[in-house]
Design a protein around this ligand. Structure first.
Ligand SMILES: Nc1ncnc2c1ncn2[C@@H]1O[C@H](COP(=O)(O)OP(=O)(O)OP(=O)(O)O)[C@@H](O)[C@H]1O
Length: 395
């Protein structure tokens, strides 16, 4: 099969003309280095934000042009925009739908479910439930929680996917031990990767590691939607979406476009983070996505040597906030060096120490989430080392 290289791609793109810029696509300087993985080409086109909405035909033509090159099996071109003022402009939000699933559930209360697919939403027919893991601000451990929750759900015997939508800092490839891997292709679809028994996709797989991922407003949503659609998702019981941090227009639009069955909000006990958590809760309620509950992360510090427990940030705030706001409290995860080390080493604690207290805590959260989604109880599978033939763990 013919090898593709960057020069051939750029040469071909010279035949694509931008009416708006009055020149060919390459001369605009908008084309970033194409990423080539086997027969798959991913192309970022970074355009002035104000032109973005008019440039869809240009994007599509670039995609068609590359697709015609020998050796190209699949191509994804995405528009991104760099905006020095930092201002964002998201597409107008879809009006919230009045659907029965869109009431905030209570623990032990009515089940929620279905993967939406309403007007303006992406259709994900092979996925039964899509759950967003969100936080009002960055750095609270959202990705760590998303990964461990996904792994704990897999341990319940479920088929689980993890989609990294945190386009500003995609950390799922590293957390899931896949940072040096690239997804393959089947026909014109992207085949997601798998590790620790969970199917994983991240925008981080598609960009060069050192490349700063600068995305703004509608481009983020467009790129994520496209990636979600281009992936050949297997049949999944549940997909966890690691959302971009914050509660701005981008997050709001994501919540409206992705057919969410529910959302989990991660917060630290600090007041400021809790205020942000409230914003997160209000955001999901505004778009009528059920909030499955709040997880308090870095809840307290337990000395690994003496077992002494210290309430670093005035522990318990998330539980109180959850009660006040009538959202379920899902559980607390302590601040523990082992959680950091295992996460950062690509073997999250649920895999690294499946019998430990932290894995049990994530397991209990996973059970509550699954019960809220389906009304069904699910039992934890045993840790793999105890099984001769692990049934649920490494599938
Ligand atoms: N419970 C915990 N105990 C110790 N370290 C933790 C815990 N939770 C997360 N961390 C560590 O905190 C850092 C930030 O976590 P993570 O990347 O999950 O946060 P995030 O909210 O997703 O951040 P961002 O939104 O900026 O991507 C990581 O190094 C992670 O290992």
């Amino acid at each position: 099969m013919a090898e593709i290289d960057k020069d051939t791609i750029l040469q071909a793109l010279k035949s694509v003309r931008s009416e708006q810029a009055g020149t060919d696509l390459v001369s605009t300087g908008w084309v970033k280095d194409p990423v080539i993985s086997g027969g798959r080409v991913t192309l970022m086109i970074e355009v002035p934000a104000e032109l973005g909405p008019d440039l869809e035909p240009l994007r599509a033509e670039a995609e068609r042009t590359i697709a015609e090159l020998p050796g190209v099996e699949a191509v994804t071109a995405v528009l991104t925009a760099s905006n020095p003022t930092g201002a964002t402009a998201a597409p107008p939000p879809r009006q919230p739908q009045a659907a029965p699933q869109q009431q905030a559930p209570r623990q032990g209360g009515p089940q929620v479910g279905g993967h939406g697919g309403g007007p303006g939403q992406i259709s994900l027919p092979s996925i039964k439930h899509v759950v967003a893991v969100a936080s009002g601000k960055g750095g609270v451990g959202k990705s760590t929680t998303a990964a461990n929750l996904a792994l704990a759900l897999a341990r319940l015997g479920l088929k689980v996917g993890l989609f990294d939508a945190d386009i500003y800092g995609p950390s799922v490839p590293r957390i899931m031990g896949l940072h040096d891997k690239k997804p393959g292709t089947r026909g014109d679809r992207i085949v997601p990767l798998e590790n620790h028994g969970v199917t994983v996709m991240s925008i981080g797989f598609m960009v060069e590691e050192e490349a700063p991922v600068v995305w703004r407003g509608p481009m983020v949503v467009g790129a994520l939607e496209q990636l979600l659609r281009d992936v050949d998702w297997p049949e999944l019981d549940v997909m966890i979406v690691d959302m971009p941090p914050g509660t701005g227009d981008t997050q709001l639009t994501m919540c409206q476009r992705v057919p969410l069955s529910g959302a989990v909000i991660v917060s630290t006990p600090q007041d400021i983070a809790l205020l942000d958590a409230r914003k997160g809760l209000h955001m999901f309620r505004k778009v009528e996505v059920p909030v499955l509950g709040i997880v308090e992360n870095m809840s307290y510090y337990q000395c690994p040597k003496c077992g002494n427990r210290e309430e670093v940030f005035g522990h318990g705030g998330a539980r109180e906030t959850a009660e006040k706001l009538e959202a379920p409290f899902l559980g607390e995860i302590p601040l523990d060096l082992k959680i950091r080390e295992t996460t950062d080493a690509g073997r999250p604690i649920v895999v690294d120490d499946p019998d430990g207290a932290h894995a049990q805590a994530y397991g209990a959260i996973a059970q509550t989430v699954w019960k809220s989604l389906t009304g069904e109880a699910a039992e934890m599978g045993e840790a793999p080392k105890k099984r001769k033939k692990p049934k649920f763990w490494f599938r």
